[in-house]
Design a protein around this ligand. Structure first.
Ligand SMILES: Cc1ncc(COP(=O)(O)O)c(C=O)c1O
Length: 438
């Protein structure tokens, strides 16, 4: 069925690969060359989950080996002074420059995304110290949230950890969650945000690229709306960083977090990053006050005195091993430039949509991702009632997308590692599985 169309699409895939200025970067990742794929049992023939767990770089093998022998094995505790104490900020600055549009001194790496969401959101909604003092002096109850504001805005389709954490913070502070009902095949629009903002809003938490649909929200427009309402914004960039253009400083964003193991290829459990706008840093107090976030770490003083600047957002010993594999992907993003990465990402998602229209639509597959490139991140979600079974069948043949309810197959396309031929091969496997199962 459709084999002449499939052949034409294969010729297009080869032409797109031949013209791809980023094609050679694929070779810098483990498992992407034909020989390794053929000789390694279980190696994916099409990997569509770089938006969940990126592939390791070849450079990481060398870096981790060197770390074991030299930095840890030989320098031992001296490495803390020589490099590790500063690592969360150094890596944060490199990431900020390469992928976040963030000037130095505003980004750090450490903790999981969930923990950083808690730290930054809880800091953002806490009553300002002077308000708390004034209330205490007047014998009044301390206001629930920052500036007496009582609401946190969150959308119904944000990633579960984001929603659960806001539930917890609202309960802890006696605040209210103001929900935006998001379309699972789209995402949150500026109009929807404007409709829920008020003088009660303390914080708005949104994902920039929706984990389910791949919808990309309008970062600058929403940030401005939130500021006009006198509130703060926290962006979850987990599905954005390393695949789409993010300009936190230019947007005027207040706070951001994102995963290190997706497009940043830091490996499972690698730490997240956090961003706090320079002008805000010393006005907030983060709730997990540990010894590494104080002004003078080795004074080991009697009480917590927060460091000035971004260091105050660190809690304890940084996860050094977890950061190792992020170095080379971040350097690669800087080398390629995020605009070129975004151009490849758009070309990949466009080709995925073209194949869907040509080969899958007639089988009942619908697109749960915007067709408009400016509203689309780095992955494409395909809906069909049989997708749960299709996903399981694809994993059996080493074609690896993932499944998300209600019946979506996520095709994650990693600009530095996915080739157009790989995309074509995997999409044909989707068609074959649908023909067998649906
Ligand atoms: C949008 C988003 N936020 C947060 C998380 C959770 O991150 P972690 O499990 O590292 O805390 C994920 C994980 O996939 C995610 O996709």
């Amino acid at each position: 069925m459709n084999d002449s169309t499939a052949d034409e699409l294969l010729a297009r895939a080869h032409a797109l690969d031949a013209a791809d200025p980023l094609a050679s970067y694929r070779e810098r990742f483990y498992g992407t060359d034909a020989v390794t794929t053929a000789n390694t049992p279980g190696m994916p023939v099409a990997y569509f989950d770089g938006n969940s767990l990126g592939r390791p770089t070849l450079a990481s093998f060398e870096r981790i080996e060197k770390f074991l022998r030299a930095d840890w094995g030989t320098r031992l505790i001296r490495s803390w002074d020589e490099q590790w104490m500063q690592l969360p900020m150094d890596l944060g600055d490199a990431l900020g420059a390469a992928a976040l549009g963030a000037a130095p001194g505003q980004t750090f790496v450490g903790d999981s995304t969930s923990v950083l969401l808690y730290k930054l959101a809880r800091a953002a909604v806490a009553p300002l110290p002077e308000d708390a003092r004034r209330a205490a002096e007047a014998g009044l109850a301390v206001p629930a949230g920052r500036g007496g504001r009582t609401e946190i805005v969150v959308d119904s389709d944000n990633f579960p950890t984001d929603r659960y954490l806001m539930e917890g913070i609202a309960a802890e502070r006696g605040m209210t969650l103001r929900w935006i009902a998001a379309d699972t095949s789209a995402g949150v629009t500026p109009e929807q945000v404007a409709a829920v903002l008020s003088e009660k809003t303390a914080l708005v938490l949104l994902s920039h690229v929706a984990y389910r649909s791949g919808f990309m929200a309008d970062g600058p427009a929403i940030t401005k709306l939130v500021h006009d309402a006198g509130a703060l914004i926290l962006w979850d960039l987990s599905h954005s960083v390393g695949s789409v253009v993010v300009e936190l400083d230019a947007w005027g964003a207040d706070l951001a977090v994102g995963c290190g193991y997706k497009y940043l290829c830091g490996g499972p459990g690698s730490p997240a990053f956090g961003y706090v706008r320079a002008g805000l840093q010393d006005t907030l107090e983060q709730p997990l006050q540990g010894w590494m976030g104080v002004a003078d770490v080795f004074a080991m003083g009697p009480e917590y005195v927060a460091a000035k600047g971004i260091r105050r957002y660190i809690t304890g010993t940084p996860p050094v091993i977890g950061m190792l594999a992020m170095h080379d992907p971040i350097a690669m993003i800087a080398e390629v430039g995020i605009a070129a990465i975004r151009a490849k990402s758009i070309a990949l998602t466009e080709f995925a949509i073209e194949i869907t229209d040509a080969l899958l639509a007639s089988l009942g597959v619908t697109l749960a991702t915007p067709r408009e490139a400016s509203q689309r991140g780095g992955h494409v979600t395909l809906n069909h009632p049989a997708m749960r079974e299709v996903n399981a069948a694809l994993w059996e043949v080493d074609v690896i997308p993932d499944y998300r309810d209600p019946h979506g197959l996520r095709i994650g396309l990693s600009p530095l590692t996915t080739s157009f031929a790989e995309l074509h091969l995997g999409m044909l496997a989707v068609r074959d599985a649908l023909l067998r199962l649906a």
